[in-house]
Design a protein around this ligand. Structure first.
Ligand code: SAH
Length: 230
């Protein structure tokens, strides 16, 4: 067996091991209720082990969040799958906006099923880390930016879906104007009491013709959405 330190993917060590463990991760996601095969195949195409430190690569396909430095985490695979499934809602996605790039894992998954992914991260060191990961996978349809994604983006982008990857205590209203008609924002949203306990509910806000429609789904646990730059 090659060493875990081999991060090249492909043919040796963690590469071969990861193809099998990733296939098992997909089976587990299916068993845990993820139904969208387009999402599952995108997740099967992204080597999660290159997004975490070498010492954690062995745990990369466990269904759990892992630390990525700067007090942040890479989201649990089931949560990435569920949010992507809710964002897609069975539709093909043209533009997607992600708030909270972290190490870029969800970004890479989205890049496999959308035409263009815009992603914003407030911690500069993580923007650089995510950029390295995305480049190493030769993904070219991602626009990464350093900024506060809860504020007005000052850009005229219009997207089919917005995924907020950090826990909010209120809907980041400035983002809603970036949704196309019929577009969906998926975010972990907490009531003030839930927010204090660090838990949120996955919430979908859909730009329906009759106005914004809100639906609530699973309970999740995310690091907080914070204002300003980190
Ligand atoms: N999408 C990541 C999850 C990253 S964790 C994944 O695939 O694993 C959430 C990230 O949101 C952290 O990196 C944090 O720094 C970032 N974040 C928090 N508030 C933010 C804000 N207002 N704007 C942009 N990024 C933010």
């Amino acid at each position: 067996m090659g060493s875990v330190g081999n991060r090249g993917g492909g043919t040796s060590g963690i590469g071969m091991t990861s193809d099998r463990t990733r296939a098992r991760m997909i089976e587990r996601l299916r068993a845990d209720g993820i139904r969208d095969e387009v999402v599952l195949s995108a997740m099967n195409a992204v080597p999660r082990h290159i997004f975490v430190d070498e010492a954690l690569a062995i745990r990369a396909y466990d269904d759990s969040p892992l630390p990525i430095g700067h007090g942040q985490t890479i989201s649990q695979p089931w949560v990435v799958a569920r949010m992507t499934e809710l964002a897609r809602n069975g539709r093909a996605l043209d533009g997607v906006l992600e708030i909270g790039t972290g190490c870029g894992y969800q970004t890479a998954v989205l890049a496999h099923l959308a035409t263009t992914v815009y992603t914003i991260e407030r911690i500069a060191a993580l923007v650089n880390k995510a950029r390295r990961h995305i480049q190493s996978l030769k993904i070219r349809n991602v626009r990464l930016a350093h900024g506060d994604g809860s504020a007005d983006l000052g850009e005229a982008i219009s997207v089919d879906a917005i995924i907020v990857s950090a826990g909010a205590t209120h809907v980041p209203a400035p983002l809603l104007r970036h949704l196309k008609p019929g577009g969906r924002m998926v975010l972990p949203l907490a009531s003030s009491e839930e927010g204090e306990r660090g838990v949120q509910r996955l919430t979908v806000i859909e730009a329906a013709s009759t106005g914004m429609r809100e639906q609530t789904f699973d309970t999740v646990r995310f690091v907080p959405l914070l204002p300003g730059l980190g």
